[in-house]
Design a binder for this molecule. Structure first.
Ligand code: GNR
Ligand code: NI
Length: 174
């Protein structure tokens, strides 16, 4: 297992549209293992493969609370089959936009279809945090970030903040 580098804005690779996985094999599972380790290390509750520079339709997630046992979830080629009309604002963050948080409104429930770690098909409803997170992650697969839903001013400020933090980090290292 390995901890991978997470791309941050304004890296153009985050805008790629991810490609479907053709076969769920050990290579795909090894990538998902590395993604999970990278996500836990960050720490974060979800991660899309494109965030570690692999534009494939793969997502990992763990919504367990700190006092609960780990509950990793793996999604390959996920699709949203249906959403409800009711939306709720939620304060989102993103490992590719570190230290920026803002409200995004999304449907509170959605029906999902995906392949699991073994490549078996699953269909289920997601709600609450699960619904928020899977919609955030699926946006990554289309090259969309949560800051794309904010005003242009807020988005520019967010990118400027990440660039500045990045700059300070590189200066420290030098
Ligand atoms: O760790 C994360 N937390 C989070 C909080 C609210 C809404 C979405 C998320 S996902 C984010 C990790 C990440 O960037 N996934 O793409
Ligand atoms: Ni994100």
């Amino acid at each position: 297992m390995a901890i991978l580098d997470i791309l941050t804005v304004p890296d153009p690779r985050l805008k790629q549209v991810s490609k479907p996985v053709e076969k769920v094999d050990d290579e795909v599972r090894a990538l998902m293992d590395d993604m999970l380790e990278t996500m836990y290390n960050a720490p974060g509750i979800g991660l899309a493969a494109v965030q570690v520079g692999e534009p494939l339709r793969i997502i990992v997630m763990d919504l367990a609370k700190e006092d609960e046992a780990p509950a990793p979830r793996y999604f390959i080629n996920p699709e949203i089959l249906e959403t409800v009309a009711e939306e709720l604002p939620y304060e989102e963050g993103c490992l590719s936009v570190p230290d920026v948080f803002d409200e995004v409104e999304r449907p509170i429930r959605c029906r999902l279809k995906y392949l699991d770690y073994e490549g078996n098909p699953v269909e289920e409803w997601a709600e609450d945090m699960y619904a928020v997170c899977i919609q955030h992650e699926m946006d990554h697969l289309e090259g969309t970030l949560f800051i794309d839903y904010l005003s242009r001013l807020k988005r520019q400020r967010a990118v400027a903040k990440v660039k500045k933090a990045q700059r300070l980090k590189t200066e420290d290292a030098a």
